[in-house]
Design a protein around this ligand. Sequence first.
Ligand SMILES: C[S@@+](CC[C@H](N)C(=O)[O-])C[C@H]1O[C@@H](n2cnc3c(N)ncnc32)[C@H](O)[C@@H]1O
Length: 281
Amino acid sequence: MPVYRGNIGNLLQHWVFCEIVQVLHSHAEHLAFIDAYSMAPVANERPRIDDTAHIFDFARAHLADGTSSYERAWHELHLASGGTGYPNSANFLVTLWKKRYSLLLCEIDRVTANELQIWSDRLRSSTRCLSAEVFTGDWRLRFSDGVHSSGDVDLFSFDPYMVSSRKDAKTSKVANIYPEDIDCLTAVAATLPQAVIMQISTYDSNDGNSQERVVTMLHSSAVGSGLEIIDKVRPLRSDGQGPSGKMMSVILARNAPWAKSLAPLEYRFQRWQRGFANGME
Ligand SMILES: C[S@@+](CC[C@H](N)C(=O)[O-])C[C@H]1O[C@@H](n2cnc3c(N)ncnc32)[C@H](O)[C@@H]1O
């Protein structure tokens, strides 16, 4: 069933994503977007109310006043969906990106993948959409066939529930990312001749997966592939006194010397978060 959380994690993931897409307008005519954990174009079920749901709800209620790329795109999508649900990254991308694009969307849940298929079939009538593939299943299976792209820039999104720096066969879950998955991603990136930007997000630091540990793992896997970490973006804790030790979105780049201009995303995201937190008081 297509579900969304409606929490600070969504704000972090998509605020950062939309900033990247905007910057890419100066570096690509054809953007290839590859999302390993796609979600539905608009997810309508919110089975759980998290402790940061009020922040998400406040942002959603004030979209018309928002000035960021994220809020503007979300507002447009919100109006188009009749004010319900939450859009996925692919929907933010086709709303914000004004040039040609191709999509590879992996989704393990069959019902959700069917919704993606119907949505992407409609996109194909646009001259901007050069291709749209929906893969129903675990992204690992799709990636094992290789990822080929004719974009000027390949933008990858990995939005699992958690990046784990340890693999335990008893507890491993397809919705998490493990060290060998990171090695697979960096190996795939190394085969691509064009510029690559990768956003990898994690929402938990359980089981000894501190942010430092995860960043160290990403760094050591990335080094040999030419990918480098451009920034890591953490939201502010609810007391506003420092960054969250749980959530983090890491941006990596390869063959893209201009990608350094994306930083400092963390400073900018926290300034945005502070701005609307002030409005909530
Ligand atoms: C955290 S959400 C992703 C959110 C999404 N990227 C967005 O745009 O906000 C997780 C989604 O990934 C799907 N999923 C979980 N494990 C997967 C896997 N191994 N391969 C492909 N999809 C997966 C789930 O069914 C769910 O729709």
